[in-house]
Ligand binder design. Structure first.
Ligand code: MN
Length: 336
């Protein structure tokens, strides 16, 4: 080894150094409240009308009355709050979102009845409309995918939104059992409600036996990328298509963890073999930097089906990736 290099490294990095400062306790204690991505907690901001204090609000929507198959996504927010050490720094974007924007975990959206899907949706729309009116952009943890419909209704009131949708399923099916507000159809209902622009919508990672259910995606002009398209295009090609479809429109990013292969995220209601790797999903999300991302969600984490923490850990990473996109969105004010 070069003795001069060793001398220099010892001078710069040896311990203790001349300017060593006393050690401070920076570790969170075990009694600290658990929050999404470790954001500061403000669990009463909604009811006390403090939403204007934040640029971006992390929020839970613990509701799974819309599932067609395995329940349990109501525990998604709880599972993600138990994940530590995702963020705060993103090494590719070279940002720390919580230093650039005013971010808080706002707790869970209030819902009056655990027994009534339609009432839950109405309450969610009220909460997200309040966030929108306060200029606080929402980043939500579900809950089943039906929660995205009231969110889009709240955020797309003035003008229909663009959408980048990661999922194994298009979620554009019609009524099931005589009901249309289930987790298999939020994006159909959002288009029909006039809050989502299908021609500025791209759905990525589609696969499985439900293909005949997705007629509405094609009829309305959505761009649908199946897993074989992802294979053919590669991540860079997928990113290019998404950017072309969305343009500079205000865009919502919805991430259903079942887009990932069940080897990564087994803890979900409707797993489908042959999905994206976590690496592909992170690379795709990273590639969307600079788009005008005005909100997002990570949904369908049902932790009871995953005795490891892989599903929640991976979902928290996706949440952080979307937080970075929202932080980098061009028309956001800088942190005061
Ligand atoms: Mn879905």
């Amino acid at each position: 080894m070069n003795p001069e290099l060793l001398q220099r490294l010892r001078a710069q990095f040896g311990w203790p150094t001349a300017d060593s400062t006393p050690v401070e306790n920076t570790q969170p204690g075990c009694a600290e409240p658990l929050t999404l991505l470790g954001a500061p907690a403000d669990y009463r901001a909604i009811e006390e009308g403090r939403l204007g204090a934040y640029d971006i609000g992390l929020i839970g929507a613990p509701m799974d009355l819309g599932v067609t198959n395995r329940p349990g996504a109501r525990f998604g927010p709880r599972a993600l709050r138990a994940i530590e050490r995702v963020g705060p720094f993103h090494h590719l974007h070279k940002i720390e979102p919580m230093r650039r924007r005013r971010v808080a975990d706002l707790g869970d959206a209030p819902m009056r009845s655990r027994y009534d899907l339609n009432l839950c949706h109405a309450d969610l729309e009220t909460t997200f409309a309040a966030l929108a009116a306060a200029g606080c952009r929402p980043l939500t943890v579900g809950g089943d995918h039906s929660i995205t419909l009231p969110i889009l209704k709240a955020l797309g009131r003035d003008a229909p939104l663009a959408l980048i949708h990661f999922d194994a399923h298009c979620d554009t099916e019609g009524p099931i059992d005589g009901k249309k507000f289930h987790h298999g159809g939020p994006f159909r209902e959002a288009v029909l409600a006039g809050v989502l622009d299908p021609e500025r919508t791209i759905q990525i990672g589609i696969r499985g036996a439900a293909e005949p259910c997705w007629e509405f995606s094609y009829a309305s002009g959505m761009t649908v990328l199946h897993m074989e398209d992802v294979d053919a295009l590669g991540v860079d090609g997928v990113v290019a298509r998404a950017r072309a479809v969305v343009g500079d429109a205000p865009v919502y990013v919805s991430f259903d963890v079942d887009v990932l292969d069940p080897s990564v995220t087994p803890g979900t209601g409707t797993p489908e073999a042959g999905g994206l790797s976590a690496r592909q999903a992170i690379a795709a999300l990273t590639g969307l930097a600079g788009l005008n991302v005005i909100g997002g969600d990570v949904v369908e984490v049902a932790p009871a089906y995953d005795p490891s923490i892989s599903t929640a850990l991976t979902a928290a990473q996706m949440l952080f990736e979307i937080l970075c996109l929202m932080t980098l969105a061009p028309d956001q004010p800088a942190k005061a």
